[in-house]
Design a binder for this molecule. Structure first.
Ligand SMILES: Nc1ncnc2c1ncn2[C@@H]1O[C@H](COP(=O)(O)OP(=O)(O)OP(=O)(O)O)[C@@H](O)[C@H]1O
Ligand SMILES: [Mg+2]
Length: 412
């Protein structure tokens, strides 16, 4: 029985096995090498949908609970809190396990044999540089795999897998820069002729979901009341509306937990004090109709479209007929430029941690969906101008490397 390679990503998940001596991406959806890390619990039928079908159910406006970016909850207390999801009390840990069960059974159906051994990717850093928190997140992920029916579970750092997939000529130094949905990971490696040697790795809790949040807060949330003034309940003058709810509504993994009676009451209360009540009426609709995930998808789509250089728009017609917000590549630079600098600084730091001068790098292997963002690529190139940029498939390089490593574990 071969060991299955799984890249459980914040935004996208992939599984792979070796076919002969090449990685073979297991199509978890027909014709697709990746599966969006998303679930939809349909309120009417009780069905649980995964991946693109879950996203489609959300966009169609079917009634139910949509969940995405669950990897970001690993290592936090929220993972084990009991919640009503799909008409039953459950925890997000059980939801993650359910997703991984779907990955296992989907792969088993493709190869017609049981697959209970897994080599999973893991970010270098799940949440922060706090060791205890990272260790907890790693244990949480292992527990989810166990609950999903895997009995032999091993992990490998995601950028190290990408390094393995990219290979290396003898004696050349490469740097993997993997910018995903939740984390940014870096590995300096060296080709040794037939294998590669990992020299240094590090990570940042920063990725495309953070970019989505920042763009959402900059472009959309002000239309729902963020930054607007409320009259003081007692005494003269006004005060700025509290920001916490807007932040949560723009944060993928926190959205499902904002549609509470308490939040609805608080918004109704603030609407009465608002200088611009029409903004708060929109916010009340977003809570009532549970539209925050639709907004997040619109922001993400516009981010990707604006990144091509052409102007894009965040379509908000689900909130209000005709409502759209333009988003340009200049907006991306303005809002995300600071993040791109943080990423580039971490890339440079990984090189110096490896004990190398920047000129020693011959190539930079950029992978992960968010590495496609212009400001990120520009910032990394500007700091490491000597190296050649080598682009592998941004969405499958990691699982390919995991498949190679899994086969070596099988052979050993
Ligand atoms: N063309 C594009 N331009 C910019 N960003 C993109 C593009 N395509 C996808 N993305 C972003 O890439 C992110 C997903 O990338 P990826 O699938 O590599 O992440 P992941 O592996 O699921 O996450 P992680 O590794 O952090 O857990 C999303 O935030 C998505 O919006
Ligand atoms: Mg990834």
């Amino acid at each position: 029985m071969p060991r299955l390679a799984v890249d459980f990503g914040t935004s996208n998940t992939a599984a792979a096995l070796m076919a002969g001596n090449r990685p073979w991406p297991v199509p978890l959806e027909p014709g697709e090498a990746t599966l969006p890390t998303a679930l939809f619990f349909d309120s009417h039928t009780g069905a649980v949908l995964f991946g693109r079908r879950a996203v489609a159910a959300l966009i169609e406006g079917r009634e139910g609970r949509f969940l995405r970016a669950l990897k970001s909850v690993l290592g936090t207390p929220l993972l084990r809190e009991q919640r009503m999801i799909g008409g039953a009390r459950t925890t997000l840990l059980e939801v993650v396990a359910r997703f991984l069960t779907h990955v296992r059974t989907g792969a088993e159906a493709q190869v017609r044999m049981p697959l209970t051994a897994v080599l999973s990717g893991r970010p270098v850093i799940f949440r922060s540089r706090d060791e205890a928190e990272n260790a907890q997140a790693a244990r949480d992920l292992e527990e989810a795999y166990r609950m999903a029916g895997f009995t032999d579970i091993a992990f490998m750092a995601e950028p190290e897998a990408a390094a393995l997939a990219s290979g290396g000529a003898a004696r050349d130094f490469g740097l993997v820069v993997d910018i995903g949905g939740g984390t940014s990971d870096f590995t300096v490696f060296r080709g040794t002729g037939e294998a590669i040697e990992i020299v240094a790795s590090q990570g940042l809790k920063l990725g495309g979901t953070d970019f989505d949040r920042a763009l959402n807060i900059d472009r959309v949330m002000p239309l729902l009341g963020l930054g607007s003034q409320l009259r003081r309940e007692f005494g003269p003058g006004t005060t700025e509306a509290p920001r916490a709810l807007f932040n949560d509504l723009a944060t993928w993994e926190r959205i499902p937990f904002q549609y509470t009676p308490e939040n609805r009451r608080a918004v109704a209360q603030m609407a009465r004090l608002a200088e611009q009540p029409s903004l708060w009426a929109r916010l009340a609709d977003v809570l009532e109709l549970e539209l925050a995930h639709d907004i997040a998808h619109a922001v993400e789509g516009a981010k990707i479209a604006a990144n091509t250089g052409a102007g894009a728009a965040i379509g908000l017609t689900m909130v209000e007929r005709g409502l759209t917000v333009p988003l340009t590549s200049r907006d991306l630079g303005r809002v995300l430029g600071g993040f791109a600098e943080d990423i580039a600084a971490a890339a440079v730091e990984t090189v110096s941690q490896a004990g190398l001068p920047p000129q020693a790098l011959t190539r930079i292997v950029m992978v992960g969906g968010s590495s496609l963002l212009g400001p990120v690529e520009d910032a990394v190139r500007a700091r490491l101008p000597g190296a050649v940029l080598d682009r592998s498939d941004p969405f499958t390089a990691i699982v390919d490397g995991l498949a190679i490593a899994a086969a070596r574990m099988d052979a050993a």
